[in-house]
Write a protein that binds this ligand. Structure first.
Ligand code: GDP
Ligand code: PGA
Ligand code: MN
Ligand code: MN
Length: 582
């Protein structure tokens, strides 16, 4: 196989001359190819077979112990002007970055196979979709890309029709953290990633293309590429409304996107459109329309149980790739919070010893095709996407942020998103549980200067005659003993109902300096085991804490200087003044 696209043929040629692989394989995305790659990895030890009676088609990959998460300090946005990448990104001059990467890639595929992986982000027939080609020497990346994207023949055909595509070059290299870089060249639609096999660093269609490169592209084309789930909420009358939500990594997107309604909510049904990334386009009708560019889930395993998320729990019993989970005596995958079985071998392949910490890595992941999700939305393949009624921003905050509040309008909502903060998690290397500012959950993913990004968000609002309402949620408020106050998971539907009621003008709210809060009766508490005091605490704000919070947001905005949009600072001062006036 090869291609009729001369630009692609030439690039593959150049890369092959640089990296010197033994073989070149053009991926067609077929089942036979997938099977052959899995067999080959079972042979080499890159994959281990899990118990095929309980988990047919499931395999385990153990990564290098020093390669288990995204590496933000080694991720660069290489624009010609440093200011265009902004203080929110690590920057390197594009010429210097290329030189560095060419040095690393030289001869790196000797003895290996070079795989050419054409893929399409979004439904292959959608004008909103975008294609890319990843060149990699990792068969693990190929089988993951097949589950996460529309990969192979159909994507290549679209590339040959359209001409343009994002170029992503990847090699696992020698997995040395000292020789690891993830470089983005948004002005040239190019990615170079060396030295990591971890999902966010190596599956280039996901964070690198669909967020960092796409956000940059979206700005010049008038749309948004966001770190958001997309979910359809069907009420007992059979009407479905769509909500998009941006939470930082490991803060509940996949779970909310696959929520199962509590028993108190008969007749309600949740439909998953996407669990991690949304591409949002202003429609001719003045509404905002969303597609999910992905075709599968790369989800956090720990915490998945028949109680927290029966949908996800069942979904990952077949045709699923596990990375860095533990296994039981009888070779079933095991993780913290599973509730069934116990670990025999830990994620590093050693006999389990509780003194060495968790059996499964806290950022262990499953990779599974969206078609395995019993709640996958029939609209997930819709070429024009789905209309968004509300946008939620949220994160992990043990205090400060109430369960939910609503922004006064779009512009205030942009401030609410821009002012987001969350406690860090195991999804990225570095300290965990530290509060950091993470605007729109895009701190690790925005491919350009945040000040320009906020301005772009404000502009998008101008194009919408029926903009989504904007909310902020927090499932992670803690009590004095460090326990979560809100039960979360399926019960989050109660909060989504208030969101939809607000969108349809059916719910009262209490105005406050930070936005509208629900009344105590606003959140349906039928069959909810929770005290009135706890609910009051979740739905109230501490104005002293919010003054301190606004001061931090002000400091954060300060780093963008003159580039910060005036309208955003106006929104900021409105909140600060309202808090002062109390
Ligand atoms: P994502 O990385 O944003 O997609 O987050 P996930 O949905 O995978 O969840 C990350 C972690 O947070 C998992 O361990 C979940 O069990 C946990 N989690 C998700 N939703 C909730 C919730 O509503 N409440 C609580 N307490 N934990 C949650
Ligand atoms: P997550 O996706 O948001 O589901 O954690 C992976 C990541 O963001 O690294
Ligand atoms: Mn993510
Ligand atoms: Mn997720």
């Amino acid at each position: 196989m090869s291609t009729s696209n001369p630009q692609l043929a030439q690039w593959v040629d150049e890369v092959a001359r640089l990296t010197r692989p033994d073989r070149i394989h053009w991926c067609d995305g077929s089942e036979a190819e997938d099977r052959q790659l899995i067999d080959q990895m079972l042979e080499s030890g890159d994959l281990l077979e899990l118990n095929q009676d309980s988990h047919p088609g499931c395999y385990l990959h153990r990564s290098d112990p020093a390669d288990v998460a995204r590496v933000e300090h080694l991720t660069f946005v290489c624009t010609r002007q440093e200011d265009d990448a902004g203080p929110n990104n690590h920057w390197m001059e594009p010429g210097e970055a290329r030189k560095k990467m060419l040095g690393l890639f030289e001869g790196c595929m000797e003895g290996r196979t070079l795989y050419v992986v054409p893929y399409c982000m979004g439904p292959v027939n959608s004008p909103l979709s975008r294609c890319g080609v990843e060149i990699t020497d990792s068969p693990y990346v190929v089988v993951n890309m097949r589950r996460m994207t529309r990969m192979g023949k159909a994507a290549l055909e679209r590339i040959e029709r359209e001409g343009s595509f994002v170029k992503g070059l990847h090699s696992t290299g020698e997995l040395d953290p000292e020789r690891r870089f993830i470089m983005h060249f948004p002005e040239d639609l190019e990615i170079m990633s060396y030295g990591s096999g971890y999902g966010g660093n190596a599956l280039l269609g996901k964070k690198c293309h669909a967020l960092r490169i796409a956000s940059h592209q979206a700005r010049s084309e008038g749309w948004l590429a966001e770190h958001m789930l997309i979910v359809g909420i069907e009420n007992p009358q059979g009407e479905t409304h769509y909500v998009a939500a941006a939470f930082p990594s490991a803060c509940g997107k996949t779970n909310l996107a696959m929520l199962i309604p509590p028993t108190s909510h008969k007749g309600w049904k949740i439909w998953t459109v996407g669990d991690d990334i949304a591409w949002l386009h202003p429609g001719k009708d003045g509404r905002l329309w969303a597609i999910n560019p992905e075709a599968g889930y790369f989800g956090v395993v720990p915490g998945t149980s028949p109680k927290t998320n029966p949908n996800a729990y069942d979904m990952i019993t077949e045709d699923t790739l596990f990375t860095n989970v533990a296994v039981t005596e009888d070779n079933q995958p095991w993780w913290e919070g599973k509730k069934e079985g116990k670990p025999a071998i830990d994620w590093q392949g050693r006999p389990f010893d509780a003194n060495r910490g968790a059996a499964a890595h806290p950022n262990s992941r499953f990779t599974v095709s969206a078609s395995r999700n019993p709640s996958q939305s029939p609209e997930a393949e819709a070429a024009g996407g789905v209309p968004i009624s509300a946008i939620l921003f949220g994160g992990r905050r043990k205090d400060v942020a109430p369960l939910i509040f609503e922004a006064h309008d779009w512009n205030h909502g942009v401030l609410v998103g821009a002012g987001m903060a969350s406690e860090t998690t195991a999804a990225a290397t570095g300290a965990q549980g530290v509060v950091r500012r993470d605007p729109m959950a895009m701190k690790p993913f925005c491919g350009y200067n945040f000040a320009d990004y906020f301005a772009h968000w404000l502009n998008i609002g101008q194009k919408l005659s029926q903009p989504p309402r904007i909310f902020h949620v927090n499932w992670f408020r803690q009590d004095a003993d460090g326990g979560f106050i809100w039960p979360g998971f399926g019960e989050n539907l109660r909060v989504l109902r208030w969101v939809l009621d607000r969108c349809h003008g059916d719910a009262e709210a209490v105005d406050s300096p930070i936005g509208y809060l629900p009344t105590l009766e606003g959140i349906d508490q039928t069959e909810l085991d929770m005290s009135r005091e706890a609910m009051e605490e979740l739905l109230s704000i501490d104005e002293g804490m919010w003054r301190a919070e606004m001061a931090e947001i002000g400091d954060f905005m300060g780093q963008f200087g003159e580039r910060t949009p005036e309208q955003l600072m106006k929104e900021f001062r409105k909140v600060v003044d309202a808090l002062e006036a109390r």
